[in-house]
Design a protein around this ligand. Sequence first.
Ligand SMILES: Nc1ncnc2c1ncn2[C@@H]1O[C@H](COP(=O)(O)OP(=O)(O)OP(=O)(O)O)[C@@H](O)[C@H]1O
Length: 315
Amino acid sequence: MTNVIEAEDLRRTYSGGFEAVNGISLAVPRGEVFALLGTNGAGKTSTVELLEGLAAPSGGTVRVLGHDPYRERAAVRPRIGVMLQEGGFPSDLTVAETVRMWAGCTSGARPTGEALEAVGLGARGGVRIKQLSGGERRRLDLALALLGRPEVLFLDEPTTGLDAEGRRDTWALVRALRDGGTTVLLTTHYLEEAESLADRLAIMHQGRIVLSGTPAEVTAAQPARIRFVLPEGVAPGRLPLGLKAAAEGRRVEIRTHELQDALGELLLWARDTGVRLEGLDARSASLEEAFLEIASRTTVDGTTVDRTTVEAGTR
Ligand SMILES: Nc1ncnc2c1ncn2[C@@H]1O[C@H](COP(=O)(O)OP(=O)(O)OP(=O)(O)O)[C@@H](O)[C@H]1O
């Protein structure tokens, strides 16, 4: 499969010397939905703008549909759709007028009605932009990004500000576009969105990709968790030797990559010793845990380390 988006050791340094993108490499094949995740300021928008050709990288290379999106903008721009984090519209125009205006600058544009129907704004064509809700503006942004039937769609936080139904409608639309062969690269703060929509994802932290893969691969890298409360008088030290547990008073947490084995061992021990495990809760790792674990890291001298390690080292 050919890669529609390719970045190699991509860097972006802002004036003042701040390195917002610090050597990112990624490849997105045709027809894939790829999600970029990361905390505020991780460098997602700075990266996406390089991929869109809106800014020149300070190092590394980008290829979109085989071209440099910044230097060969004329070759790339007609084939991509871009939804920025904040679109600016003339507020006195109606929704339909805005789409028609945009269509005037777009070759092979979809009909206005079709573009608005696709994003659930079919009945809002006559409404002025200034009267739209935040979520409706987001949908209009998406309609404009779709207008030229792009081969590659860049969506920067496409569902921020949408209600639950709007979010699910957008997911359905993105899936339909993907099934039709469109390649989609999106950023999001909603882990559920990345988990349900993305074929592959990357978690960024401080300008770097720290973890990437399918949602299942990314979560599999994290340990599962078992939690329970021991009864009065049963010390955590009595737990079976094979289980590595962290205890706070009677509350115990076990982290393991072998959930079934650990849980089996724990339950057999509890039965054999007549111990009742209150509030027993066992769960596989989630994307949220992977994300929070990465977000809690900090960087010292360019090396990413666990925050607890830093604190221990400074004591
Ligand atoms: N024009 C600029 N000049 C200097 N620094 C900038 C500029 N734009 C962004 N930054 C900084 O670069 C870093 C990355 O910003 P960016 O917007 O790419 O992050 P993000 O992951 O998209 O964050 P968010 O989730 O909040 O949108 C931040 O620390 C930000 O303050």
